[in-house]
Design a protein around this ligand. Structure first.
Ligand SMILES: [Zn+2]
Length: 126
């Protein structure tokens, strides 16, 4: 029976539903306080193959661009949409969200809010 199987798994790992709930709590708190996007990814480098640029912990420092740039990007970040920015090394597009960083095509990047071209000069990247 499905219910018994679900109970057994949840003793070992948080269920997908619990994970989703924790994610939602984190996101709502961040949005309410308009917290600066600051993230440590499980991936440690640029998601484009062959690049290898180290990109694991990022403090985007969007406040240095002023409210016209900062406000919509911060809203998008906490709305779980994230934003697109070009890799400082390979110049290809990356989608940054509170869940992951992933490779984007230029077309896909156009459907997300974009970071300023020089974002990596203002950001703190570790
Ligand atoms: Zn790259």
């Amino acid at each position: 029976m499905a219910m018994i199987r679900t109970a057994a798994i949840s003793e070992v790992l948080p269920s997908a539903q619990e994970m989703e709930h924790m994610h939602a709590v984190y996101r709502e708190g961040g949005a309410r306080h308009k917290m600066a996007p600051d993230i440590v990814y499980s991936e440690d480098s640029c998601p484009h193959s062959g690049c290898g640029f180290h990109l694991q912990a990022i403090d985007f420092r969007l406040e240095s661009y002023g409210p016209a740039v900062h406000d919509p990007l911060v809203r998008s970040w906490w709305a779980d949409v994230g934003f697109a920015g070009s890799c400082p090394k390979c110049d290809r597009w990356i989608h940054f969200t509170i869940r992951e960083e992933r490779a984007l095509s230029p077309t896909e990047a156009g459907s997300f809010p974009n970071l300023p071209d020089d974002w990596h000069q203002k950001a703190l990247i570790l």
